[in-house]
Every structure is written in structure tokens, then in C-alpha cells.
Design a protein around this ligand. Structure first.
Ligand code: SAH
Length: 234
């Protein structure tokens, strides 16, 4: 069983539409669809926005569905100047950027007794990159893919100062609101995971407007990748 998670309706609805033999359930207010996705048994959940929702959902899926791996698919704000809306980022590492125990000499994002970097599963990263290549053949003018650090915090980033700080402090490619919480929960449960994000905005002053106007189209890029990835994880 593969767990597939998104935060918002737009991030899960295209995948949900391709599922067959579906049974639906609701746990802790989270809608879960279990069924077949082109030959792979999956459980698809819409976790809601933010790290708390993401952690609750991930632990619930672990306990109730015992998945063998988990893929999170959603949108994010890009942090590098050359990034385009629609580009995809595969998180090799995730950090909770708003954990702040610097008062005790720790680095931003660092909790006692754990590394601030949470690692995606290397094999799942490879499979996701292969799925990108299959979904977007090099010569069709499609989006780019980047693999690197993604940061998560309970805040929609919409200013150049914060985006520059996130880039410099964490070496991050993108910022969002769930990935590190999903990753942290998976890590505690020894569950291999990967987080994939399409860029809906560039986390600057234009981000709220960009997010709204790009959400649907960016989710189509993530969907094309996931449509290759999920059958490859059967
Ligand atoms: N539409 C919502 C708010 C969306 S919050 C409302 O009605 O209130 C943004 C969502 O997209 C989060 O799930 C987050 O993971 C992601 N995201 C996209 N761009 C982001 C950015 N610049 N900063 C933080 N999260 C971002």
C-alpha cells in the first residue's frame, strides 16, 4: 500500500478522479480514499494546510493503513531567482524553518537530539526523477525539475526578506507548509517518503496573487508526474 497525500483539494482531486474501486472514510476530519491507481493500491488523503494537520494525517495513515511508503504532492513558493512558476522541486531534505531554539545555542530548525535536516528516501527520489523524465520529455518545452532542500513553516511566505533568509540560512529551493512535518512523522515511524512540489509562486510580494492564479495549472504538472510515479511504485 502506497500513501499519497496533498494539503488542498486542488492537489488531490486530479489523482482521485483516476482511482477505481474506491472506498472512502474520514478519520480526525481527514477524508481518505482507498483504491486502485492504474495497478497500484493507494490510500489518498487530503491533510489540510499546515504542519499540525500534516503530522496528524501522516500518523493516522501509518496507524490505520500501514503504508510501505508515502508520497506528498503539492505546491510551494520557489526561492531561487531563476525559478519559474510550474517548475517542480523534489525534496531531498526538509527542515521546519520555524522551529527556533536559537536561545539555547541551536541552529534554526534544530530540535534537541535530532538533525535539522529530515531526509527523503533516496530510492523514492530516484523514482520521482525518473517519473519526471517520463512525464516531461526533454524537448517538449515543459517545466524544469530541481532536487534539493525544501523548508516548511506555518506561514505563507510573501516577502523578499524572508525568502532570502530561507535561501541563505537553509540553502532551500522552495518553501511550503507541510512537507517537513510529513517527513518528520515518517522518520519517527521508519516509513520511506518523498515530497514533490510544483511552484505556484516565488514567495515574494506577488505570491498571494500568483498562488491564486497559478494553483490549478501547477497542480496539472504535479499530476502528470504523479501519474507516472504511482504506477512505478506498485
Ligand atoms: N488558499 C488558502 C491558503 C493557501 S496556503 C486559503 O484560502 O487560506 C498555501 C498552500 O500552498 C500551503 O499548503 C503551502 O504548502 C503551499 N504554498 C505555496 N506557496 C507558498 C508560499 N509562498 N509560502 C508558504 N506556503 C506556500
Amino acid at each position: 500500500m502506497l500513501a499519497v497525500v496533498g494539503a488542498m483539494d486542488e492537489e488531490v482531486k486530479l489523482l482521485r478522479a483516476e482511482m477505481t474501486g474506491v472506498s472512502e472514510d474520514s478519520h480526525a476530519g481527514i477524508l481518505v480514499a482507498k483504491g486502485d491507481y492504474k495497478g497500484t493500491q493507494i490510500v489518498l488523503a487530503q491533510c489540510g494546510i499546515g504542519k499540525v494537520n500534516a503530522a496528524i494525517c501522516t500518523q493516522m495513515l501509518v496507524n490505520l493503513y500501514q503504508p510501505k511508503s508515502l508520497v506528498f504532492s503539492g505546491v510551494a513558493g520557489g526561492l531561487l531567482p531563476n525559478m519559474q512558476v510550474g517548475d517542480l522541486v523534489i525534496a531531498s531534505h526538509l527542515i521546519q524553518f520555524d522551529i527556533d531554539l536559537t536561545a539555547f545555542g541551536r541552529r534554526h530548525g534544530e530540535l534537541p537530539d535530532s538533525d535539522r535536516m529530515i531526509q527523503s528516501d533516496p530510492k523514492l527520489i530516484d523514482k520521482t526523477a525518473e517519473a519526471f523524465d517520463a512525464a516531461f520529455p526533454a524537448d517538449d518545452g515543459g517545466p524544469s525539475v530541481m532536487i534539493g532542500t525544501v523548508v516548511s513553516g506555518d506561514r505563507f511566505v510573501e516577502d523578499s526578506k524572508t525568502l532570502r533568509w530561507l535561501q541563505r540560512e537553509f540553502g532551500a529551493l522552495a518553501t511550503e507548509m507541510e512537507g517537513a512535518a510529513v517527513g518528520y512523522t515518517c522518520q519517527l515511524n521508519d516509513l520511506p517518503f518523498v515530497v514533490v512540489r510544483g511552484l505556484s509562486d516565488t514567495a515574494n510580494e506577488a505570491a498571494p496573487g500568483d498562488f491564486k492564479s497559478n494553483l490549478e495549472t501547477v497542480c496539472q504538472n504535479s499530476f502528470r508526474l504523479m501519474d507516472q510515479l504511482i504506477p512505478a511504485l506498485a
